[in-house]
Ligand binder design. Structure first.
Ligand SMILES: *Cc1c(COP(=O)(O)O)cnc(C)c1O
Length: 414
């Protein structure tokens, strides 16, 4: 019992999401050595149920470490935090009315440290890496993961190597530089960056923080599921709409719901999960429509929504499994539609979303028009990052930015 008091994590082992083989959690692991598939951390759920209550959690500080028992870090001293988590779940009125639904919320991850929800995964993964003795980390990134890792590695005193496509938003380049990481701009996409990280591992001795290859980023992202549950008084919504690239958040939330059910904190149906992708990078949408269990790599992937510009993902089969199990949907939207989604969210609710967040608005519009979502259903959209990280993507594209938007002040004001 004495160890329990100091050791608030109930982590027991890692388990392969494909073959089910189990591995020790106290050794550094990437994917399953047998089949190369992602490993999920598993916990002593009975122990969690006996150790903590919803009321105790409600009294803890408003960040993701309030779910301490469900997270893998053993010692508090190893937690590397910038205050991430417990973002507001904003009920919408004007946006809901425009889209023809009555119960619509936006989970605003734009308010996170580093301006995107990548902070969740990186806080937990960097903390656990620190605990396991890692000194040097590397990551392939579509932009925001690189920025987040650079920041958390700086706070942890680790060396970080960040590989991003040459055309990532300026903000991502500046944040990596500011945090003193080693940055590499790569010709191509995140998949090309991933190959460089893999090839460099032997020579550079870095730990590969690629999402779902490293087992703990998903644990940070699953806290979005805990928060939605807690913020809606432990009654999940009917539908969650999520812009998926690597899919970590989508599968992470599903894992969170499973864990909450195991300890008896949730009753009733889980939400139908909606995966939103961009028209010119929609591998999961295509595979889902074709009833496939795995996705094929998407050729010539292109979209301004960089976070979902992921032509192939190690967790493809996990996303597709969640869509099937939840009786969810997969929707592809065009760049003009998702940018219009950004404008609509800002004009109706004052939320300045990233393009990926705008994509969820466009997808919701489509699903309501098709009758897949009914007026009274409770719907949560995920705005996964701040519009401020994508300034170069917007001005010309916003409906309110027609030439002549900015005017000289009228004479009588001077
Ligand atoms: C990474 C990213 C996504 C996709 O997240 P996954 O959980 O990897 O699917 C969506 N939006 C933004 C802003 C991102 O940075």
């Amino acid at each position: 019992m004495a160890t329990r008091l100091q050791n608030m994590s109930f982590l027991t082992h890692l388990e392969c999401t494909r073959c089910g083989k189990q591995y020790a959690a106290e050794a550094l692991q990437t994917t399953c050595p047998d089949d190369g598939k992602p490993l999920y951390p598993r916990y002593d759920y009975k122990g969690i149920a006996a150790a903590v209550t919803k009321d105790q959690i409600a009294r803890r500080p408003p960040n993701l470490w309030r779910y301490r028992e469900f997270l893998p870090v053993r010692e508090d001293a190893n937690i590397v935090s910038l205050g991430e988590g417990m973002t507001p779940l904003l009920r919408t009125g004007r946006l809901a009315a425009q889209l023809g639904v009555n119960n619509l919320w936006v989970k605003d991850e734009g308010q996170m440290p580093t301006g995107s929800f990548k902070a969740r995964g990186m806080s937990v993964a960097v903390s656990r890496a620190l605990e396991l003795g890692v000194k040097r980390v590397a990551v392939p990134s579509a932009g925001n993961a690189g920025g987040a890792l650079a920041a958390y590695a700086a706070r942890a005193g680790m060396e970080a190597y960040i590989f991003m496509p040459r055309d990532v938003p300026h903000a991502n380049q500046v944040e990596v530089q500011a945090a003193g990481a080693r940055g590499f701009l790569v010709e191509g996409l995140i998949t090309n960056c991933g190959a460089l990280v893999r090839e460099g591992t032997a020579a550079m001795g870095w730990f590969d923080m690629s999402t779902l290859k490293e087992p703990y980023r998903v644990e940070g992202k699953k806290t979005m599921g805990f928060e939605v549950a807690e913020q809606l008084r432990w009654e999940l919504p009917d539908v969650i709409v999520y812009p998926a690239g690597g899919g970590t958040g989508l599968v992470g939330m599903w894992k969170a719901f499973e864990e909450l059910e195991r300890i008896g904190w949730l009753a009733g149906r889980r939400p139908r999960m909606v995966c939103v992708q961009a028209e010119h990078c929609a591998p999961i949408v295509k595979a889902h429509q074709e009833g496939k269990a795995e996705a094929s790599p998407w050729p010539d992937a292109a979209t301004v929504a960089g976070g979902i510009r992921v032509p192939s993902a190690v967790g493809d089969f996990l996303m597709l499994r969640v869509l099937r199990e939840s009786q969810g949907a997969a929707v592809a939207v065009s760049d003009p539609e998702l940018l219009e989604g950004v404008g609509l969210l800002a004009r109706t609710e004052g939320i300045f979303a990233c393009p990926e967040g705008g994509a969820t608005v466009a997808a919701l519009r489509r699903l309501v028009e098709q009758g897949w979502i009914a007026k009274e259903e409770r719907v949560v959209l995920f705005n996964t990052g701040s519009g401020f990280k994508y300034l170069e993507a917007f001005p010309a594209k916003l409906e309110t930015a027609a030439p002549g938007f900015w005017q000289q002040p009228p004479a009588h004001t001077s």
